[in-house]
Ligand binder design. Structure first.
Ligand code: ZN
Length: 363
C-alpha cells in the first residue's frame, strides 16, 4: 500500500518522529547537528538534495532540503519552515521534558508545540510528496536559534538569495492552531557597553563615570517608552497597539552621538559607548494580496487573518520576496511553558493540511 493510502501510518510516523526530535536537547545556543543529521537523513532517503549553513564555529546549523519536482510547470515552490531550537526548561515539569509522553490525547515534551510538532508532520508527510509526481518543488527549511533572536535564519536567507531561491510560498509552522497569522511586530535586542575613566572622588571632573552615563541612557529609554504609547497608529492591528520600546533606535542613537558620548570624550578621548547586536527580528507586514494566505485558506477553508505580538522568521522570508504565512499545529498558549504539550488532534490537522498542499501540487 502506498504511504498516502495509509493515513494511520503517516500519523504514527509523525508521533515517532516527534518523539525522536524532542529527545534531541536543542536548547537555543546548543549544538543541533544531530537533529539536523536526523532530518537530513529522512529527506535524503527520499531523494532530496540539501545544503547546510553553519554558524561561525560549526556548532549550530541550518538545513535547507528540496524534493525537486520532475514535471515542474511553473507552480511556485512551497517552503515548509521551522526552527529546531527550543527554550530552556525550568523546574516543575511533571514528566521528563526531553522524553515525549502521551497522556489524555496530548503529547508532552519541550518543543512539542513550539515547534517540533510541525517539523515532525512535515517529515512524516514527505514520503507522500515523494510518491506523487508533484508539479512543484517542496523545500524544507530548518533553522537554529530562532528563540533567542532569529540568529540562524538570516544566514540561511543570505544563502537563498545567493542561490537565487527567492520565489515561493513559505509556511512557517509556529503554533497557531492551524490558523493564519499574517502580521507581527519586529524585535530589536542589544547589549550596550559603556567605557569610562576611573577618577578620584576628590576630583570627579577628571574621571568619566561609565555607570552614570549608563543610567542616563536607561533613563532616556524609559522616557521614550512612556511617549511611545501616544504614538500608536490609528486602526493598529496589534495588541498592544504601540511599540514596546522599539522604533527608538534613531532617537537613542542620536542621544548617544550628540550628547552622552561628546560629554564623555571631553574628559577622556578613549571613552566609548558600544552597541552590540543580540538580534534584530524584522516585522512581518500584512499584505492585502498574500499568495501564501490565499494558498492556506484554499486548503483549510478558513479565511480569517490574525496579527500577533510574538516574532517569527516570517519577516525575513517576506523581505526577499517570498510570500509567507505563519500557520502550524498546537497553541502558542503552551509554548515556552512548563509541561508544554501539543494536542494529538493538532498533529492530525497539520497532516490533513499537508495532504491539501500535496493535492494543490498535482495537476
Ligand atoms: Zn517558535
Amino acid at each position: 500500500m502506498s504511504t498516502e493510502n495509509n493515513p494511520d501510518k503517516i500519523y504514527k510516523d509523525s508521533i515517532r518522529i516527534l518523539t525522536d526530535l524532542i529527545a534531541f536537547k536543542t536548547i537555543s545556543g546548543n549544538d543541533n547537528n544531530s537533529l539536523i543529521n536526523y532530518c537530513d537523513d529522512i529527506l535524503k532517503n527520499l531523494g532530496a538534495t540539501s545544503f547546510r549553513i553553519f554558524d561561525g564555529d560549526k556548532k549550530r546549523v541550518n538545513l535547507f532540503a528540496s524534493l525537486k519536482s520532475k514535471n515542474g510547470n511553473g507552480k511556485k515552490p512551497i517552503i515548509l519552515s521551522g526552527h529546531t531550537d527550543v527554550v530552556p526548561v525550568s523546574k516543575g515539569w511533571s514528566t521528563d521534558p526531553f522524553v515525549a509522553t502521551i497522556k489524555n490525547e496530548k503529547l508532552f515534551g519541550r518543543g512539542s508545540c513550539d515547534m517540533k510538532g510541525f517539523i515532525a508532520c512535515a517529515l512524516a508527510y514527505a514520503p507522500v510528496f515523494k510518491e506523487n509526481n508533484l508539479d512543484r518543488d517542496i523545500h524544507f527549511s530548518f533553522t537554529f536559534d530562532e528563540e533567542t533572536a532569529c540568529i540562524g535564519a538570516p544566514l540561511l536567507i543570505k544563502e537563498l538569495k545567493k542561490r537565487d531561491i527567492k520565489d515561493g510560498i513559505c509556511i512557517i509552522g509556529e503554533p497557531t492552531n492551524m490558523k493564519i497569522i499574517d502580521a507581527h511586530k519586529g524585535m530589536n535586542e542589544y547589549t550596550i557597553h559603556f567605557g569610562g575613566l576611573a577618577g578620584h572622588s576628590s576630583k570627579p571632573g577628571q574621571g568619566v563615570n561609565a555607570v552614570e552615563y549608563a543610567s542616563r541612557y536607561v533613563n532616556k529609554l524609559l522616557e521614550i517608552r512612556s511617549k511611545l504609547k501616544d504614538r500608536a497608529p490609528k486602526d493598529c492591528i496589534f495588541n498592544p497597539p504601540y511599540s514596546t520600546l522599539s522604533f527608538v533606535n534613531q532617537i537613542i542613537d542620536d542621544y548617544v552621538d550628540k550628547e552622552l558620548l561628546p560629554e564623555m570624550k571631553k574628559v577622556f578621548s578613549d571613552a566609548y559607548i558600544k552597541k552590540e547586536i543580540i538580534g534584530e527580528v524584522v516585522g512581518f507586514n500584512r499584505l492585502n494580496d498574500s499568495e501564501a494566505c490565499e494558498f492556506v485558506s484554499s486548503i483549510t477553508g478558513d479565511n480569517s487573518r490574525e496579527a500577533v505580538s510574538f516574532g517569527t522568521e516570517a519577516g525575513l522570508f517576506q523581505e526577499v520576496g517570498i510570500s509567507t504565512v505563519v500557520c502550524g499545529p498546537g497553541s502558542i498558549e503552551q509554548a515556552h511553558k512548563i509541561d508544554e504539550y501539543i494536542e494529538l488532534s493538532e498533529l492530525k490537522k497539520c497532516l490533513d493540511f499537508l495532504k491539501g498542499v500535496k493535492d494543490k501540487s498535482i495537476n
